[in-house]
Design a protein around this ligand. Structure first.
Ligand code: BGC
Length: 740
């Protein structure tokens, strides 16, 4: 009977579909469509769809009506149109966007709901612009504060990055636009990014550098992944058997397409046999001589076709690549059921402002100097970053925005009743152009540094508040792709300027705009410090929201702020070089798993300036005693940890409760504690809520490289409830016991 029903169902299905090729039928199973399309393609068509046809697009199969793929950066907004074969602007007038906060700011919200809102919003913008792949998000781990691209990533912790990346992926892909999770893997600094060979042990790879990618692929369902420029095990990541074939496609069963970074492929044989499915940007990486419209010369174009025609290589690998690209096409460009998207909508501006407001971190607030007294008559704003547009620059994430509210404009519009004066104080970067997008600002300055300082100090003397808005910017050597910072210090004489201001005014509030930790030698001299990141289109409004108290800050640091660069394990124990070379540079990650708070927890002498997870509020929170629902668990079992949190202050606010797990005795060196859960709770004054976390026994393990699996050793553990890595509020003990 069941067989009969099945036959009848199949018959009616084929009748319905009669005349429609399976690959065109959106109701047919994805794999059937892929196989059908594959079976209709010629060898030439197959090799054509696995490499670019322009700077950001790759061909479809015109004869079969299979559309092209259009990619675009990513990750903070949709990059404007460039010329067919150039990085320069195409000059379109319909391609300005909303810039969302940098991913460091998103991570600092510690709120997966913000990540979903972000993904949906930027995905809608990408969809409206008819993009099929958005080149982001990035989840490379924060190993050194010198990395010029940290602002595009989600911090130092694999669990935090993993939890935060997943909703972004889902939100973007709901729009029928693929994410491209980058840069897989170990692209942890920028200098020599094409020729750095990372040497890292397997345990560190699996515990620190891979989990966020794995989460994006397995929990988020990412449709594409971008292979990094650098080498690992002496092979470029785009041609890397271990990373792409064994781990990504093997262990993680990734069924999507691996996209090369632009110019990240170097050899036809290697690319053909290992991992990469879509080759982009060859001849553009600066390593070799360039050639225009050289797409037929791509490694996976004619050279690959010739190898196949000569019988030197089979077609098995090619078919696998084509299948993956077809899957991508069916999921994106050939999906007729996707929504239409939207751009520059009030909702997107509101989302950008909300995420920015939640990501801003209040680092210090002595005597509750913040929020500002809104009746203040004399506010002095000092610093170039108060007026500088930050959405232009920084590399491939540079945007052309419809509007960007500067901090000064945001503060002026919020404190309209006050006299808000401005002094530049220092000159940093007067540029304002990236690949032909101009900020339109003239930041040229004729005065000397001494004159600028003098003016700012004179005005500061009788101001009610001095709001200093400085930090880094997106020029080379700051927070910028293809370059790293020279040191941890603030550039352009800002330390001297801040000290001078603090000497004449007791209410200097430092707003640091950066995607990286900076040294703060003046920290004891100023009452308040706000970490404001690159916040995109609504930057100034979001900063004013927090300074005024309209938004109660709730961001927490996604990475450690060290006092000195020497306190950073990658520099103390590990290797890093700032010297540019074209030779292969081996960089050993000797510090292993002990980065960020995993290091500071063990080395109390290297007490951080501000720890991972730190962030204050305008209210206060009291934690109850954490309790576990059972004292022992066995493998495969789970346990619930609960703790009450009460708002003991006068304002509504949100607190991110952090759960770390501590293995009290292990056969291998383990961090003192590791983040395994977090929850952001909103509380009205006096309100109390109970926060619960469920921990499965798998979360207790370490990666045993010898056995190549995660191992949770029986013994004593502690659930550590904390408000930051250094601010432990309570502990509850439990044990993992052997299964009977
Ligand atoms: C960057 C990628 C970017 C690509 C395309 C590369 O140089 O590393 O992150 O997506 O260019 O612009």
């Amino acid at each position: 009977m069941r067989n009969l029903l099945f036959v009848l169902a199949m018959a009616s299905f084929s009748l319905l579909q009669a005349g429609t090729a399976v690959y065109l039928n959106e109701d047919a199973p994805l794999e059937d469509r892929v196989e059908d399309a594959l079976s209709r393609m010629t060898l030439e068509e197959k090799t054509a769809i696995i490499h670019a046809q322009s700077k950001f697009s790759s061909p479809g199969v015109a004869r079969l009506g299979i559309p092209e793929i259009w990619t675009d950066d990513g990750p903070h907004g949709v990059r404007p149109e460039v010329l067919w074969d150039e990085w320069e602007q195409a000059g379109w007038t319909n391609d300005s966007c909303v810039a969302f906060p940098a991913l460091t700011a998103l991570a600092a919200t510690w709120n997966p709901e913000m990540s979903l809102l972000y993904g949906r919003s930027v995905g809608e913008e990408a969809r409206y612009r008819d993009k099929d792949v958005l080149l982001g998000p990035g989840v490379n781990i924060y190993r050194t504060p010198l990395n010029g691209r940290n602002f595009e990533y989600m911090g130092e912790d694999p669990y935090l990055s993993g939890r935060m990346v997943v909703p972004y992926v889902k939100g973007v892909q709901e729009n029928g636009v693929a994410v491209c999770v980058k840069h897989f893997a170990l692209n942890n600094h920028e200098i020599n990014r094409h020729n750095t060979n990372v040497e890292v042990d397997d345990r560190t790879l699996y515990e620190i550098y891979l989990p966020a990618f794995k989460a994006a692929v397995q929990d988020g369902g990412a449709w594409t992944v971008m292979a990094a420029y650098n080498l690992y095990e002496n092979r470029h990541c785009g041609q890397n058997e271990r990373l792409l074939d064994d781990i990504l496609k093997g262990e993680w069963e990734f069924d999507g397409a691996v996209v090369s970074d632009w110019g990240g492929i170097h050899d036809t044989w290697q690319a053909a046999t290992h991992g990469i499915d879509l080759e982009y940007g060859s001849w553009t990486d600066g390593l070799r001589g360039g050639a225009s419209n050289a797409y037929d010369n791509y490694y996976l174009a004619m050279p690959y076709l010739e190898l196949i025609r000569e019988g030197k290589i089979g077609t098995g690998e090619l078919d696998d690549k084509v299948r993956r690209v077809l899957r991508l096409i069916f999921r994106t460009s050939m999906n007729t059921r996707k929504p239409f998207g939207s751009m520059r909508s009030p909702e997107h501006y509101a989302a950008a402002r909300k995420i920015a407001g939640e990501g801003i971190v209040l680092l210090k607030n002595d005597n509750n100097v913040l929020p500002l007294d809104t009746a203040a008559r004399k506010i002095l704003v000092v610093g170039e970053n108060a007026i500088k547009m930050m959405t232009v620059g920084g590399g491939s994430s540079s945007l052309k925005v419809q509007r960007e509210i500067s901090p000064l404009d945001g503060i002026r519009s919020r404190f309209g009743n006050s006299e808000v004066a401005y002094a530049r104080g220092y000159v940093g970067d007067t540029g304002g152009e990236y690949n032909g997008v101009h900020s339109g600002q003239d930041l040229s300055e004729n005065r000397t540094p001494a004159q600028l300082l003098e003016e700012a100090v004179a005005l500061a003397k009788d101001a009610d508040y001095v709001i200093y808005v400085g930090g880094l910017n997106k020029s080379a050597g700051q927070d910028c792709e293809d370059s790293d910072r020279a040191g941890l210090e603030l550039p352009y004489g800002q330390d001297e300027l801040i000290e001078a201001l603090a000497n004449v005014n007791g209410k200097v509030i430092v707003v640091n705009i950066s995607g990286n930790a900076v040294a703060m030698p003046w920290i004891k001299k100023v009452p308040a410090v706000v970490q404001a990141w690159y916040l995109g289109s609504e930057a100034g409004n979001a900063i004013a929201d927090v300074l005024s108290g309209d938004v109660n800050p709730s961001g927490k640091l996604p990475f450690t702020f060290p006092v000195r660069l020497d306190d950073v394990p990658a520099h103390k124990l590990g290797e890093y070089t700032a010297e540019r070379t074209r030779d292969t540079v081996n960089i050993k990650y000797n510090e292993g798993i002990f980065i960020g708070y995993r290091w500071t927890d063990m080395h109390k002498d290297d007490k951080p300036l501000f720890p991972f997870g730190h962030g204050l509020s305008y209210t206060t929170f009291e934690y109850g005693k954490p309790v576990v629902d059972k004292k022992t668990i066995t493998a495969g079992d789970s346990l619930t940890i609960s703790v009450s949190v009460k708002n003991t202050g006068m304002r509504a606010g949100s607190e991110t409760v952090q759960l770390y797990i501590s293995d009290k005795k292990a056969s291998v060196p383990r961090p003192v504690k590791e983040l395994k859960g977090f929850a952001k709770v909103s509380l009205s004054p006096g309100e109390e809520k109970v926060v619960s976390f469920t921990i499965v026994s798998d979360a207790l393990g370490y990666f045993d490289a010898g056995k190549h699996c995660w191992v949770a050793e029986p013994g004593r553990f502690e659930a550590v409830i904390a408000a930051s890595a250094e601010d432990v509020r309570g502990k509850a003990a439990f044990s993992l016991v052997e299964n009977e």
